[in-house]
Design a protein around this ligand. Structure first.
Ligand code: GAP
Length: 460
């Protein structure tokens, strides 16, 4: 387990404008979180890094962005309507509900009563809604409009809906990829193996959202469906294991805190023949960071059967035709973010400061620029010049003239800014004219650099 405390990360995130509880002003909404200015930037940096590593830098990867709302047939064919469930138990005493596989059901974790749980029932985690103005026609049961009257609740008012109008908020982005497999093959005809990648929101009506952003009801996913020849799946699976370790390294996660867990046959998801979970030592213990699954041809075969359209792939220049198999690396952005924050959080007791030692390429602010004193117009004017120059170069540059210089450094350390640049009187006159101080976050070292050489000295 990481030595960092979850409450310290939660508190820093709220205090410094990374992450706030969802609907905070109304008392919150369980399992939802809102991202503040620095949280958005950090999350985007993680997502952009992923896109660069896995899509832009590869020569056999294609991006897609499917609609969140999809035809309900997608979730019937994929098995989610029937099997995307968690076991739910309710305490007969306090009526709180829990995931049966996450608690000791001999005693209620809420009220402490023993023997109050009955048999678990399967709870489907998909959020269900309706498309179009077809819901909410009130009907009196047993009345003239009630075609399905079974007489059981005679006289009561019920709401009806057209079952064809049911849609689900997607619980994974993967199906948006599978449903576009044929489209992309027809447009690009890529050689196998090739991958389709997608980033976007996923929604799960988790029974017990918990542990900050670790288990949410709305979260961001980054998924790849990597289509392979059936004989090649083991080789491709191992290649993905290596790529995932490189990804963890790029996030700044110490290798000794990342663990591979071969998921037992009985615990495999309904679509998987083999899954390796990549776990991380979070403050809450060793938990799943992301998953790598061999989905066989389960999804494409289901689509083929349900849609009546062929999902076969023909190897170019041959008559070799088959439904490709799939390796699926599936990444949760919030889990990546929580791992990044855990790895970066540093209580530097020697210097009495909290530091986020973020890799520079992920830091939401790359450089903070300050005039030593904000009431000296000549310092402010020069600092503005430097700020404008750096902003053009690095984009994420912050102007910071609040409080004394020590306080500014502490504040920037806490949000993970790798460099602070200070414009002082030596910048304006004497032998040092045209130079500024560059202060390094991790070492607190300061160096004098000419403004001309500043962009090169900032190593991002
Ligand atoms: N398409 C495969 C799939 O959805 P999964 O293991 O259910 O697999 C993939 O989810 C990843 O999504 C997980 O490894 C985790 O990082 C993230 N994830 C899943 N449920 C989550 C939740 N409720 N809150 C935050 N992240 C979640």
């Amino acid at each position: 387990m990481s030595e960092v405390k979850l409450e310290d990360i939660v508190s820093l995130c709220k205090r410094r404008g990374f992450i706030y509880p969802g609907s905070d002003v109304y008392g919150g909404l369980s399992g939802t979180w809102d991202y503040g200015p620095l949280g958005v930037a950090l999350k985007r940096n993680i997502m952009q890094l992923w896109w660069k590593m896995f899509v832009d830098d590869a020569d056999n990867m294609y991006g897609v962005d499917a609609a969140i709302l999809m035809n309900q047939k997608v979730w019937q064919a994929s098995g989610h309507v029937d099997t995307f469930t968690d076991p739910l138990v309710e305490c007969g005493n306090c009526h709180n509900r829990f995931r049966a596989d996450k608690i000791d059901t001999s005693k209620c974790p809420s009220c402490g009563q023993k023997g109050t749980f009955g048999e678990p029932r399967q709870f489907n985690m998909m959020f269900k809604t309706f498309i179009g103005p077809v819901q909410n026609e009130p009907v009196i049961i047993g009345g003239p409009q009630d075609e399905n009257n079974d007489g059981g609740l005679m006289g009561k008012v019920a709401m009806t809906f057209d079952p064809n109008s049911v849609v689900y908020l997607r619980p994974e982005t993967a199906q948006g990829i599978f449903t576009n497999f044929k489209n992309v093959v027809d447009s690009f005809y890529p050689d196998l193996p090739f991958g389709l990648a997608q980033q976007g929101k996923g929604f799960r009506n988790e029974i017990s959202p918990r542990d900050f952003i670790f288990r949410d009801r709305e979260f961001e996913m980054m998924e790849i469906e990597y289509f392979v020849h059936p004989d090649e799946w083991e080789k491709c699976f191992e290649e993905w294991v290596k790529r995932i370790h490189l990804w963890c390294e790029a996030l700044g996660l110490p290798a000794e805190q990342v663990h591979e867990l071969e998921v037992a046959k009985d615990d495999l998801a309904h679509y998987s023949k083999r899954t390796v979970d990549f776990e991380f030592d979070f403050p809450i213990g060793r938990e799943e960071l992301l998953g790598l699954a061999y989905r066989t041809d389960f999804d494409l075969q289901n689509i083929q059967q349900a849609s009546g359209k062929s999902m076969e792939y023909t190897v170019k220049g041959t008559n070799d035709k088959f439904v490709p198999h799939v390796i699926e690396p599936s990444f949760g952005v919030e889990r990546a973010l929580m791992a990044v924050l855990t790895a970066a959080y540093w209580d530097d007791k020697e210097n009495e400061r909290i530091v986020l030692k973020l890799p520079a390429h992920l830091a939401p602010v790359k450089v903070a620029v300050s005039p030593l004193l904000k009431n000296k117009p000549e310092l402010v004017a020069k600092a503005k010049e430097v700020y404008d120059m750096l902003k053009k170069e690095f984009g994420a540059v912050m102007w910071d003239d609040n409080g004394n210089i020590g306080k500014r450094y502490r504040r920037q350390d806490e949000i993970g800014t790798p460099y602070c640049v200070v414009i002082d009187f030596d910048t304006l006159e004497g032998d040092t004219a045209g130079t500024v101080t560059v202060r390094h976050r991790d070492t607190t070292e300061q160096q004098r650099v000419t403004i001309d050489a500043l962009a090169d000295a900032i190593n991002i």
